[in-house]
Design a protein. Structure first.
Length: 91
């Protein structure tokens, strides 16, 4: 399954580059609760009880770095954007 997903991404990216004549940027929008970290199953944040509240999902930060193709520790980028129905919680 993983190999199929990666092959699909390569195929689609190659086709898009061929259509545009150059590489295209990617903007990834992500939710926070039960996507970046576990809500601990506390409504209204989410429903995942597999991990303790606020535990970052294993592998998510590595995935975010890969998706944010311009990421380096010294230079901020904005290819990855987090959204929330409760932004007041994250101020």
């Amino acid at each position: 399954c993983r190999a199929e997903v990666l092959a699909h991404l390569v195929r689609e990216g190659t086709d898009l580059r061929a259509q545009l004549g150059h590489a295209a940027g990617v903007k990834v929008l992500s939710d926070i609760d039960d996507t970046l970290y576990s809500s601990g199953g506390k409504f209204p944040a989410g429903s995942d009880r597999r991990l303790p509240k606020r535990a970052v999902y294993p592998g998510f930060l590595g995935l975010a770095q890969i998706l944010d193709r311009g990421w380096t520790p010294a230079v901020p980028t904005c290819n990855l954007v987090f959204l929330s129905a409760r932004p007041h919680v994250y101020k």
